[in-house]
Design a protein around this ligand. Structure first.
Ligand SMILES: [Fe+2]
Ligand SMILES: [Fe+2]
Length: 445
């Protein structure tokens, strides 16, 4: 294989008039792609059932893959100039799509081969746009952009659209193929079934299903390494920076859900557990009860009715939160807006997870729950008051006291989750060390 050639020997900034034209070209073409996405969205709304509605915008995809190629280049130790050139050249790689018909992109079933080939022709069409608009300029950047555009779907074994093979595909195009493919593997589409779209899952599938037949494996490993370290970094940040909300007194609408044994799979079905972010799960809270098979809201479900849609309190039966121990269950409740649950009993792990996320699970007696359930049904707009400080639930003239461990109560009142607790401890340790340092300076010299 020939040595990869990377675009770090030219700087567009050296030729301002060409840079100006290139920048204008990319900006305009990206705007065209965005408009095309909007038209697709309209088309999908008019032609496909809600469950199949498109979430995959080409415009957003372009920014994601351009960013991926930039980061991989830097991760591999290429110059920042090469990384920037690759980023810019990757951005417009799919603009040819806007010249193809609207209806070929979003299909309910897997597309047939003829449609697939038509879709693939966006590579040549895009290069045609470049030729038309920038054809009279000669600059290595234009060649790079056209190369990535033309070849980002080629495969190392020659089974791609143009049947180019191995070293016939340039290093930038081989890397473009990898970032392109990763993004495609990460989409959730109905006809793809319940596939694993976590970073690790996608990389594993790319390696096992296609591997060296499609990808330059050296570049693939460099990309995979970048993605995994990025993922770990995000996870650290994600976990470190989310601030738990304190819980003191809540006056809010309560939704009655008179069922026992509501398990974590009912709260958030397993097919939605794809993220380790705490946010974004609210839309799928109680998914199977809340939506019908077409993805439309079930009008009979309590959280789809006014005023319960705005509920921040949930009243339920025995053994709430049983089943598998996923922390996604409190995340989904919280993301929907539920801050407090009233039930006669809870599953242990769920109960603990609630406190970690700033949700107050209140345990009441059956007759108390019965009264509250009744009131919430008869007077839907009457808010309940949950006073953690006083440990009381008030509904009209009824006041019910509840028990809570003092330590958990304190954590909720102060908004301290595990991370917050560690940080608070760290402050104490630092203060102690500081004092120690002053008193016993010989220990620290
Ligand atoms: Fe693409
Ligand atoms: Fe493409």
């Amino acid at each position: 294989m020939t040595k990869p050639v990377w675009p770090d020997d030219f700087d567009l900034k050296d030729v301002p008039d060409i840079e100006g034209r290139v920048t204008t070209f990319i900006t305009m073409q990206m705007a065209v792609l965005k408009t095309f996405d909007k038209k697709r969205q309209e088309w999908v709304k008019d032609n496909l059932p809600p469950f199949y509605r498109m979430t995959y915008f080409f415009h957003d995809h372009a920014y994601r893959v351009a960013e991926d190629i930039r980061k991989t280049a830097l991760h591999m130790g290429l110059s920042s100039l090469a990384a920037e050139n690759l980023y810019r050249a990757m951005l417009p790689h799919d603009i040819g799509k806007s010249l193809l018909p609207l209806h070929i992109w979003d299909t309910i079933e897997k597309p047939e081969n003829a449609i697939k080939m038509l879709r693939r022709s966006h590579t040549e069409l895009g290069v045609g746009i470049i030729a038309e608009v920038l054809g009279n300029i000669s600059h290595p950047f234009i060649d790079l952009m056209a190369d990535i555009m033309m070849n980002h779907h080629e495969q190392m074994d020659g089974n791609g659209f143009l049947h180019k093979k191995g070293a016939d595909i340039s290093a930038p195009a081989r890397l473009a193929c990898i970032v392109e493919s990763f993004d495609g593997y990460s989409i959730s589409r109905h006809h793809f079934g319940d596939r694993d779209i976590s970073v690790e899952g996608v990389l594993k599938r790319m390696r096992e299903e296609k591997g060296a037949a499609i990808y330059d494996m050296d570049l693939f490993e460099a990309f995979a390494d970048m993605k995994i370290s990025e993922y770990k970094e995000n996870r650290k940040e994600e976990r470190g920076t989310i601030k738990m909300q304190a819980f003191k007194k809540l006056i809010a609408i309560a939704a009655p859900l008179p069922m026992a044994n509501i398990d974590t799979d009912m709260i958030i079905p397993k097919q939605f557990l794809r993220s380790i972010k705490r946010t974004g799960f609210g839309i799928n809270l109680f998914n199977d009860m809340r939506y019908d098979g077409q993805g439309e809201e079930n009008p009979d479900f309590v959280l789809n009715k006014k005023p319960y849609r705005a509920a921040e309190i949930l009243i339920a039966g025995d053994n709430f939160g049983c089943g598998s121990s996923r922390e996604h269950a409190p995340w989904a409740l919280l993301d929907f807006g539920i801050r407090c649950i009233l039930a006669t009993s809870y599953a242990d792990i769920f109960y603990n997870n609630c406190f970690k996320n700033g949700i107050l699970p209140v345990q009441l007696l059956q007759e108390e729950i019965d009264i509250l359930m009744d009131r919430a049904q008869q007077f839907p707009s009457e808010p309940l008051c949950i006073d953690l400080e006083k440990q009381e639930v008030t509904a009209g003239n009824n006041i019910f006291a509840f028990e809570i461990e003092p330590f958990r109560k304190q954590c909720l009142l102060e908004g301290l989750d595990d991370i917050g607790l560690t940080l608070a401890k760290e402050k104490m340790i630092a203060a102690y060390e500081e004092k120690n340092r002053r008193n016993k300076s010989w220990l620290w010299s």
